[in-house]
Design a binder for this molecule. Sequence first.
Ligand SMILES: Cc1cc2nc3c(=O)[nH]c(=O)nc-3n(C[C@H](O)[C@H](O)[C@H](O)COP(=O)(O)OP(=O)(O)OC[C@H]3O[C@@H](n4cnc5c(N)ncnc54)[C@H](O)[C@@H]3O)c2cc1C
Ligand code: SF4
Length: 327
Amino acid sequence: MHLDPFELHRPESVDETLELARRYAGSFDYLAGGTDLLPNYKMHLNLRPHLIALEDVGELRGHSLDRIGAMTRLADLERDPEFLRSYPAIAEAVREVATPLVRASGTLGGNLFLETRCFFFNQSYFWRQSLGFCMKADGDQCHVVPQKEKCYATFSGDLAPALMVLDAEAEIRGPGGARRVPIGELYDGAGDGIRRTRLAPGELLVAVHLPASARRRRSTYRKLRVRPSFDFPELGVAAAGRWEGDRLEELSLAAGGLETYPRRFDALTSPLLGAPLTDTKIEEVASKLRGLVRPVHNTFLAPDYRKKMAGVFTRRALAGIRPGATA
Ligand SMILES: Cc1cc2nc3c(=O)[nH]c(=O)nc-3n(C[C@H](O)[C@H](O)[C@H](O)COP(=O)(O)OP(=O)(O)OC[C@H]3O[C@@H](n4cnc5c(N)ncnc54)[C@H](O)[C@@H]3O)c2cc1C
Ligand code: SF4
């Protein structure tokens, strides 16, 4: 597999980046670490003639406990003990992304916006051609759910659920100015599954902000994958909570790797506030979450198994953040 030629642009500021995005509207991709985009380009998946590299854009770099620049490498987070101690869910998610080599190049921004996955999509051009392609690239059919309305490719990023349960916000800049939204609102759950985010054309993630309250929460991220050495999540469940004595004051739960977008389950967790988190309540939430999620058959593990394991991992995540829990 080879990379087709493209024109590479190397802006040094957000303003310069947005000017390039305006000039090449509709015919460019942003390039961060390239660990997702370039393999996809090699497979001829939705190629664009222009790549705008974010490497030299100063405003996207660096991280602290409050702010993670979009171009922060996952390995940089992994090497910061204070950051890892402050946010156990992010620590667990970051360590489980791919391999050390991929994490040395892969960035936070790229992780939040990585292409959704499906085993009829992540294939070479010739493999896909033999099946007549599919809606997500070059074709007009879906091999997973054979209708022509929606793509069910799976969101397989590890960091989004972990950031969602900590109430992190995305700082975005674009032609329309600057805005901040909760991480969960980056994803278009009601869309066609092909356009995977709610970013407007040309919009750029500048940074992710973490509120001080996130550091007071106990949190965890539990991931299911086939090969623990480097596979994408078949499901990932994050949970975060804060207690006063044995009384639950805050609780959030999010899952990824199951559907076209990561989602938070506030309707399941809100009724639990103000009381202890008992085994019975955990079991109820796990069972309800299992009933809500709708994986399809487009990754290695069968949908029924992933659904069942979503309940198991939810139970483990909630039990794992209770005061006194050891795992
Ligand atoms: C073998 C292998 C295993 C992997 N396993 C995992 C895994 O287990 N879990 C996981 O989460 N990921 C996994 N990945 C995917 C990927 O490596 C990581 O998600 C990585 O963090 C992507 O970051 P990147 O900087 O390389 O993104 P890129 O490939 O540069 O970009 C990905 C997408 O994000 C967009 N983008 C990047 N930055 C911005 C920005 N600031 N604003 C707007 N759009 C932006 C790009 O345009 C592109 O569409 C794996 C990849 C490989 C090759
Ligand atoms: S879910 Fe259907 S349309 Fe989407 S990538 Fe897979 S085969 Fe293609």
